[in-house]
Design a protein around this ligand. Structure first.
Ligand SMILES: Cc1cc2nc3c(=O)[nH]c(=O)nc-3n(C[C@H](O)[C@H](O)[C@H](O)COP(=O)(O)OP(=O)(O)OC[C@H]3O[C@@H](n4cnc5c(N)ncnc54)[C@H](O)[C@@H]3O)c2cc1C
Length: 454
C-alpha cells in the first residue's frame, strides 16, 4: 500500500510489482525487460510528489530508486557533486556544509524528497527566488531511456556542444526514462543571513509589499507569505512563534556579503513599514531563524489541525498580479463555502492555496474540485500557469491545453517518443491524452498470459 499513491491521494493505483534496484545495471535490466514485454514502468523517489506522478494507475512495475542513495563524488574545486537519484536532498547539504558549501534547491520537502524526484519534477523551493530552480543546478544526468539505453546527458564540463538534453530531461517526470545519476552544482555558503518577519493586516497589503521589495532592486534569497489560518496552524502544530492576530506574514530572507545583507535588511524593513506593516522584526540568532523556517517548511503538515483533508494547489501568476489573485481566492472560497488558506513562494508568484474540505462528504469534495478548477482558470486569466514547481503528473495533464496550443503539445508528444518510443515510461502522466492533441498514447498495459509476471 506504501506504493499506491504519492502525496496527492486523489490518484491511486497499485503497481503489480515494486523493484528496488541498487545499481544502474539492475535498473537498466528492468527497463529492458519491461520494454520487451510492453509493461508500464513508474519511477519513484520518495513519493512526496503532489501531482499523482509516482503512482501506477495502469499497474506495471514501479521502480523505487531509494537504495541508490549514495554520494559518488564531491568535487569542490569544480563545485560539483555526483549523486545517485535516491539521495535525500538535504543529505547533500549536510555532507558539504562543514566545508562551506550547500546544494541550493530547497523544496519544503527537502528532509525527505529525493534528488532524482527533484530533478524529475524540476522542483523549486523558498530559496529558489534568488538561486533558481533545480534545472539551474543540474549539470549532467545519467539516464536509462525508455528504450533501455544508458545515456550520459551533459556533465561536469560547462558549455558542451550539441543539444541541451539535460534541459529537456529535467522536469520530464519519468516519461523519458529512469534517472540513475545526477551531477549537480554546489554553491558557497553566504557570509551572512538575515531573516526579517513582517506582519500585515491583509494578504492584499502583504502581496503589494512583495512587488515593492523586488521593484526596489534587491533579490531576497526567499520571500514567503503565510496567511492567518496557516499562522494559527503552524503555531499550534510546530510552536514556531509567529505573531498571531495579523492577516498575513511575510518572511523575507537576505543573504550574501555581510555589508550588503545589513543594508538590504534595513531597506526591506523600511519598505514593509511604509506599506503599513503592523510589526517588523529580525530573527536574533540562528535558533530563532531555524524555528521560523521549521514553521514554514512544516506548514503543510500543520494544516491537519484545521481540516480533515485538503487539496494543495500549485499555480503561478505574474508577481504583480498577486493582489488580484488573492482577492479572487477569497471570492472562490466564499462562493463554495470552503476555507482556502495560503502559504507560498510569494517572490516567484508561485501560489500554494490549500483548499480545505472533508473527504467524508462527497458533496464537499465536489465543491473543492470546482473551486480548484476555478482557481486554475483565474491564474491563466491573469497571465499565469496551471503548475509551478510540482509538475503536471496525472493531476495537471488535462489542464495543459488551457496553456498550450495543440501544435505545442504535439511537439512535446513527439519529443517524448524519441526517448520512449513504446510508451512504457510513466504512461498517463505529464501530457494530456485529449483527442484535440492529435496523438494519444495507446494503453501501455499489455494483455499478458496468466502467470507471465513470474
Ligand atoms: C510537505 C511537502 C512540501 C513540498 N514542498 C515543495 C516545494 O517547496 N517545492 C517543490 O517543488 N515541491 C514540493 N513538494 C513536492 C515534492 O516534494 C517534490 O515534487 C519532489 O521533487 C518530489 O520528490 P520525490 O523524491 O518524492 O519524488 P516522487 O514523488 O517519488 O516522484 C515525483 C515524479 O518524479 C518521477 N521520478 C522520481 N524519481 C525518478 C527517477 N529517478 N527517474 C525518473 N523519474 C523519477 C516520478 O515518476 C514522479 O513522476 C512538497 C511536498 C510535500 C509533501
Amino acid at each position: 500500500m506504501t506504493y499506491e499513491c504519492d502525496m496527492h491521494t486523489f490518484y491511486k493505483g497499485l503497481p503489480d510489482v515494486v523493484v528496488l534496484p541498487s545499481t544502474t545495471e539492475q535498473a537498466q535490466a528492468v527497463v529492458r525487460l519491461c520494454r520487451r514485454e510492453r509493461v508500464p514502468i513508474v519511477p519513484r523517489g520518495s513519493g512526496t510528489g503532489l501531482i499523482g506522478g509516482a503512482t501506477a494507475p495502469q499497474g506495471g512495475v514501479m521502480v523505487g530508486v531509494n537504495r541508490m542513495n549514495r554520494i559518488l563524488e564531491v568535487d569542490l574545486p569544480n563545485r560539483t557533486a555526483t549523486v545517485q537519484p535516491g539521495l535525500i536532498n538535504l543529505w547533500l547539504t549536510h555532507a558539504v556544509r562543514d566545508r562551506g558549501y550547500f546544494f541550493a534547491p530547497d523544496p519544503s520537502s527537502q528532509m525527505v524528497s529525493s534528488i532524482g524526484g527533484n530533478v524529475s519534477t524540476n522542483a523549486g523551493g523558498p530559496h529558489c527566488l534568488k538561486y533558481g530552480i533545480t534545472s539551474n543546478h543540474v549539470l549532467g544526468l545519467e539516464l536509462v531511456t525508455g528504450t533501455g539505453e544508458l545515456v550520459q546527458l551533459g556533465g561536469k564540463t560547462l558549455d558542451r556542444p550539441g543539444y541541451d538534453l539535460v534541459g529537456a530531461a529535467v522536469g520530464a517526470e519519468g516519461t523519458f526514462g529512469l534517472v540513475t545519476g545526477v551531477v549537480v552544482r554546489l554553491l558557497h555558503t553566504p557570509e551572512a543571513v538575515k531573516t526579517v518577519l513582517a506582519t500585515f493586516r491583509t494578504v492584499i497589503e502583504a502581496s503589494e509589499t512583495v512587488s515593492a521589495i523586488i521593484a526596489d532592486g534587491m533579490t531576497p534569497a526567499a520571500l514567503e507569505m503565510l496567511d492567518e489560518a496557516i499562522i494559527r496552524a503552524i503555531n499550534a502544530g510546530v510552536g514556531a512563534g509567529y505573531p498571531e492576530g495579523a492577516g498575513a506574514v511575510l518572511l523575507i530572507e537576505l543573504d550574501g556579503p555581510r555589508a550588503e545583507v545589513e543594508a538590504q535588511g534595513e531597506r526591506a524593513a523600511a519598505i514593509c513599514r511604509a506599506r503599513g506593516a503592523l510589526t517588523v522584526s529580525v530573527a536574533r540568532d540562528e535558533v530563532e531563524r531555524a524555528l521560523l523556517w521549521k514553521g514554514r517548511k512544516e506548514a503543510a503538515g500543520a494544516v491537519g489541525r484545521l481540516t480533515a483533508s485538503y487539496l494543495l494547489q500549485d499555480a503561478v501568476v505574474p508577481r504583480s498580479k498577486l493582489p488580484d489573485i488573492m482577492r479572487e481566492l477569497v471570492a472562490i472560497g466564499e462562493r463554495h463555502g470552503l476555507l482556502i488558506c495560503n502559504v507560498f513562494h510569494a517572490g516567484d508568484g508561485n501560489l500554494h492555496p490549500l483548499i480545505c474540505y472533508d473527504e467524508r462528504s462527497p458533496e464537499e469534495l465536489e465543491r473543492a474540485k470546482h473551486a480548484n478548477e476555478e482557481l486554475l482558470a483565474a491564474c491563466i486569466a491573469l497571465g499565469g500557469s496551471v503548475t509551478g514547481e510540482h509538475g503536471a503528473g496525472m493531476d495537471k495533464a488535462r489542464n495543459l491545453p488551457l496553456q498550450y496550443a495543440d501544435a505545442d503539445l504535439n511537439f512535446m508528444f513527439r519529443l517524448r517518443r524519441v526517448f520512449d518510443p513504446d510508451g512504457v515510461m510513466n504512461p498517463g502522466k505529464l501530457l494530456p491524452t485529449h483527442p484535440a492533441c492529435g496523438e494519444t498514447f495507446r494503453a501501455a498495459r499489455p494483455v499478458l498470459p496468466e502467470g507471465a509476471w513470474v
